[in-house]
Design a protein around this ligand. Structure first.
Ligand code: 13P
Length: 254
């Protein structure tokens, strides 16, 4: 059974007091919107504060990254154990990590393993660059990223994958709903090939890249799309609430 899911990735935005304000603005309505899983991923330094603010609500908490070692002399890094204590989800392999911090598929794989070891639910991101898209290589790139990130891992219940074409992130130029649906179908097929039919049926696959209140319904109407990973629009309470509500109305449990 695939319950739709909307995740807000705040990226490197909000001070602790801004994060508090944003959560306070949307907490009640967000909590009351049913039949959608709602996850917010604030910056590390706001996790503790946000965790307290959403306590007792249906809103879940995620981190945006992690390091793959449990503890030790890694100045400035955050370990899986530290996160497991605070939140349920963690974004892994976001294209901004791959692009600006040189994260390879091998690192993503290590991070997947590290998250699973402490029972954090990974939100694995994949997506192609503009030139790769234009060269018709989307399928090849996404398949390669998926297979490298999941290499050697048994299927895990609760796996979440986000298809985020890099050219659609923060550009205001979202993929068309049909494009996103097609690639997500392909990702599901890969999960079938890597694991089995049940895994392919259960895995939730989200779309991300310039999702707003204006295009949410279009995406959620598609048969393969189970929700959205939202960047910019998740920083505005009214936008994020609207995205969650439209998802609840459009995309029933499958
Ligand atoms: P935008 O919604 O700002 O395009 O960001 C998408 C994203 O990268 C979410 O992880």
């Amino acid at each position: 059974m695939r319950v739709p899911m909307i995740i807000g990735n705040w990226k490197m935005n909000t001070t602790v007091s801004e994060a508090t304000e944003l959560v306070n603005e949307m907490r009640q309505e967000l909590d009351q919107t049913g039949s959608v899983d709602k996850v917010i991923c604030p910056p590390f330094i706001s996790l503790t504060t946000v965790r307290e603010l959403i306590k007792g609500s249906s809103i879940k908490l995620g981190a945006q990254n992690l390091y793959f070692t449990e503890k030790g002399a890694y100045t400035g890094e955050i370990s899986p154990l530290m996160l497991a204590d605070l939140c349920q989800f963690v974004i892994i392999g976001h294209s901004e990590r791959r692009q600006y911090f040189n994260e390879t598929g091998e690192v993503t794989n290590k991070k997947m393993r590290a998250a699973l070891k402490v029972k954090l639910n990974p939100i694995l991101c994949v997506g192609e660059k503009l030139e790769e898209n234009e060269e018709g290589r989307t399928e090849e790139i996404v398949t390669e990223q998926l297979r490298t990130s999941l290499a050697g891992l048994d299927y895990l219940t609760g796996l979440i994958i986000a298809y985020e074409p890099i050219w659609a992130i923060g550009t205001g130029k979202a993929a068309t709903a049909e494009q996103a649906d097609e690639t997500i179908g392909l990702i599901r097929h890969n999960i079938f090939e890597l694991y089995n039919e049940r895994a392919a049926r259960d895995v939730r696959i989200l779309y991300g890249g310039s999702v707003t209140a204006a295009n949410t319904t279009e995406f959620m109407r598609q048969p393969e799309i189970d929700g959205a990973l939202v960047g910019g629009a998740s920083l505005r309470a009214s936008q994020f609430l609207s995205i969650v509500k439209q998802t609840a109305e459009t995309r029933r449990v499958r």
